[in-house]
Design a protein around this ligand. Structure first.
Ligand SMILES: NC(=O)c1ccc[n+]([C@@H]2O[C@H](COP(=O)([O-])OP(=O)(O)OC[C@H]3O[C@@H](n4cnc5c(N)ncnc54)[C@H](O)[C@@H]3O)[C@@H](O)[C@H]2O)c1
Length: 328
């Protein structure tokens, strides 16, 4: 353990919480200082597996511990706000799971609470840290694919919830669904690379069960410069999971398949794989530690989380069938 190791408390020890715990455990600039989960069984299991002795079922008790520098909040979306607002009050740096919140109103309160504070407020939007995605952004910015006129996001899931993420909320309308869980990653990436989304038009399909999440979405979005996005989402269908993000320019096409496989081609030619490894592949946790230690870092903060939430809510809960102008 290095002298400047930061002490992190983890709140929410589920499927995704454990993913980052594994990464944190490998680092010598982080001490896993405390765990919190409302499930006593899960808490006991994780405490034993990762040799953490400070354990709580109530996040309040963890947050008031003065020795804890930062918290990683990995509970389901509707609990993010109350935990994060209290973490701000107790002066903890925060790494929060996406989406930032479960509504724009909650997300705004969270973004306002950290605005002008000294605290680090980072989001876990992992796409941003993949070499292929950084290369993708570079290719767009170099302009070799011409003027970008169309983006297509396809999200097809034979199983929703996916087999690795079976829990009691991700298949429900209240705080689940693939638009929220998966769509938000791509919304944030689009905002990072292409700028502000100004208008959204969205139509969802739902099953009969009023509590179940969407099974389909057909949506369009517009950027300030006129480029348009088409979103085609379906779940509970035959075949393989298909996740594709295509960017169509006047000179060529860029494609990201299955989160990380980047390919590109000139119009009329073939799409060929592009190696993303030659761009710097920063890792989120390393960047978060740097930010907490006061060094420059590549993080996507609550302002980015809030902007993505504005689009997410317009897609998930459209006010009407037509174009909705977005206000940030
Ligand atoms: N960044 C990513 O790539 C990514 C991927 C999937 C999910 N997520 C996000 O991660 C978060 C967690 O998702 P998950 O799939 O791990 O969910 P999960 O249901 O597997 O785990 C959530 C855990 O939080 C605990 N919990 C619930 N309420 C709590 C509270 N008030 N205090 C303490 N613990 C509480 C539950 O007992 C559970 O163990 C969600 O916000 C989700 O949207 C992020």
């Amino acid at each position: 353990m290095g002298v400047s190791a930061i002490k992190v408390g983890v709140i929410g020890l589920g499927a995704v919480g454990e993913r980052l715990i594994k990464i944190m455990q490998e680092r010598d600039d982080i001490v896993l200082a405390a765990f919190c989960d409302t499930s006593e069984d899960r808490l006991a299991h994780m405490a034993e597996a990762y040799e953490v002795t400070e354990t709580y079922t109530d996040y309040e008790e963890l947050l008031v511990k003065p020795e804890i520098d930062a918290v990683y909040v990995a509970v389901p979306p509707k609990y993010h706000e109350k935990i994060v607002l209290r973490a701000v009050e107790t002066g903890k740096h925060i790494l929060c799971e996406k989406p930032l919140a479960n509504s724009v109103t909650e997300a705004k309160r969270m973004a306002d609470a950290v605005n002008n504070s000294e605290l680090v407020h980072a989001m876990h939007f992992p796409l941003n840290y993949q070499g292929g995605i950084n290369r993708f952004e570079q290719l767009v910015q170099e302009g070799g694919y011409g003027e970008i006129c169309r983006l297509n996001l396809k999200m097809h899931f034979p199983h929703w919830p996916r087999l690795w993420q079976q829990n009691d909320w991700v298949g429900k309308r209240e705080q689940g669904g693939f638009v929220l869980e998966v769509g938000v990653h791509w919304i944030q990436l689009m905002q990072r690379v292409f700028g502000e989304i100004t208008e959204v038009k969205s139509k969802l399909q739902f099953p009969e069960d009023p509590e179940a999440c969407e099974t389909g979405i057909i949506a369009e979005m517009k950027f300030a410069d006129g480029a348009e996005v088409l979103i085609d989402g379906l779940s509970n269908i035959a075949g393989e999971e298909q996740l594709e993000f295509g960017v169509y320019g006047t000179e060529g096409t860029l494609m990201i398949r299955n989160w990380r496989e980047l390919s590109a081609g000139k119009n009329g030619g073939a799409l060929k794989p592009v190696n993303g490894e030659d761009t710097e592949n920063k890792d989120l946790i390393g960047e978060f530690v740097k930010a907490v230690q006061g060094e420059p870092a590549q993080i996507y903060d609550f302002a980015a989380g809030y902007k993505a939430q504005v689009v997410l809510e317009a897609l998930r809960d459209p006010a009407h069938d037509g174009w909705q102008k977005l206000e940030y």
